[in-house]
Design a protein around this ligand. Structure first.
Ligand code: 13P
Length: 342
């Protein structure tokens, strides 16, 4: 019964033409983003920025869910509605980041583990009560000389599986995010190998912990050339490599893949999603859960100035619409020009 309910939330999150906005930046990360446009990271500014995103009229046509941060799920709009309520009124499902960020892994130089399991059962119950319907946990795998190690991947996979099991117990759909970073000079071939190995180990742990695959979503990285690799793969190569990799290791029982953007430009992320949705048939919905790739143009348009709110919302609406089209493989470069007249 509970699992049926979770399955239906998971399917709604990957409904055709819709995807997720990741607006769950932790305090240090949102500070970095706001600083990039010269805005100090005060509680008030963070609230105003997020209100701009969440109250964009018509966003619910393209956005199925929003991932919130602990501070954000407790905040309200200027007219006194909780953000949870405001999102629900737009037909958007509220979710919550529940990990507590990454820390260096002891004895594993250059590698990280994600913290946040202590007290998680109680935190999940509170978030469910505050209106969250899904949760997210991000693990980070870095590529470098002699890394990642199997030890680091297995530890992160175990943490992801324990979080996912607790989330389903708390009636929240887990979004499982093992991000293999694109930072570095590695080739796309190496990114493919590490992503395949990581996802293989993650799904083994999920199964060991009896996680119901039909009631979760995977948030994977796309398979890309390292940022500093001199040989950059084309859009078609990225799309083909990503799907080839996913087909090898992601069970068909998972309803959808909601890709992260992970430092790609907003246009690249949309083009890659579009190209994947034009390729052959796959058993999962191919969707998005973008942070930077949805928000970069919004921050640029807003700049902390209240007179720019309408422009910022237009930028968000436009980016969300482009990604919605990409879900059908119907995004075109010409759509970028429509921005000016939207
Ligand atoms: P990016 O799309 O900016 O990678 O953010 C997605 C996210 O939620 C990272 O945890």
């Amino acid at each position: 019964m509970k699992s049926e309910n979770l399955e239906s939330v998971a399917r709604k999150l990957v409904a055709p033409g819709k995807g997720i906005l990741a607006a769950d930046e932790s305090l240090p990360t949102i500070e970095k983003r706001l600083k990039s446009i010269g805005v100090p990271s005060t509680e008030q500014n963070r609230r105003t920025y997020r209100e701009t995103l969440f109250t964009t009229a018509g966003a619910g046509e393209f956005i199925s869910g929003v991932i919130l941060f602990d501070e954000t799920i407790r905040q309200k709009t200027r007219d006194g509605r909780t953000f949870v309520k405001a999102l629900e009124q737009e037909g958007i499902i509220p979710g919550i980041k529940v990990d507590k960020g990454t820390k260096p892994m002891a004895n594993f130089p250059g590698e990280k583990i994600t913290e946040g399991l202590d007290g998680l059962r109680e935190r999940l119950a509170e978030y469910r009560q505050l209106g969250a319907r899904f949760a997210k946990w991000r693990a980070v795998i870095s590529i470098g000389e002699k890394i990642p190690t199997r030890g680091c991947i297995e530890t992160n996979a175990e943490l992801l599986a324990r979080y996912a099991a607790l989330s389903q117990e708390a009636n929240l759909v887990p979004i499982v995010e093992p991000e293999v970073l694109m930072d570095g000079s590695h080739t796309i071939k190496r990114h493919f190998e590490v992503t395949e190995q990581t996802l293989g180990i993650v799904f083994h742990s999920l199964s060991e912990h009896r996680v119901v695959l039909e009631a979760m979503l995977l948030k994977p990285n796309m398979v890309l050339s390292g940022k500093d690799c001199p040989q950059q793969a084309s859009v078609q190569e990225v799309a083909a490599a990503t799907l080839r990799c996913m087909k090898r290791v992601v069970p068909a029982a998972v309803p959808g893949l909601v890709f992260l953007s992970g430092g790609q430009t907003d246009l690249q992320a949309t083009e890659h999603l579009n190209a994947m949705n034009r390729l052959d048939h796959v058993p999962w919905e191919l969707s998005f859960s973008f942070g930077r790739a949805l928000q970069a143009p919004v921050l640029k348009a807003w700049k902390g100035d209240p007179t720019n709110v309408a422009d910022a919302q237009r930028a968000f609406h436009h980016r969300a619409r482009c990604n919605s089209k990409a879900r059908f493989g119907k995004y075109t470069e010409e759509m970028e020009a429509e921005k000016a007249v939207a």
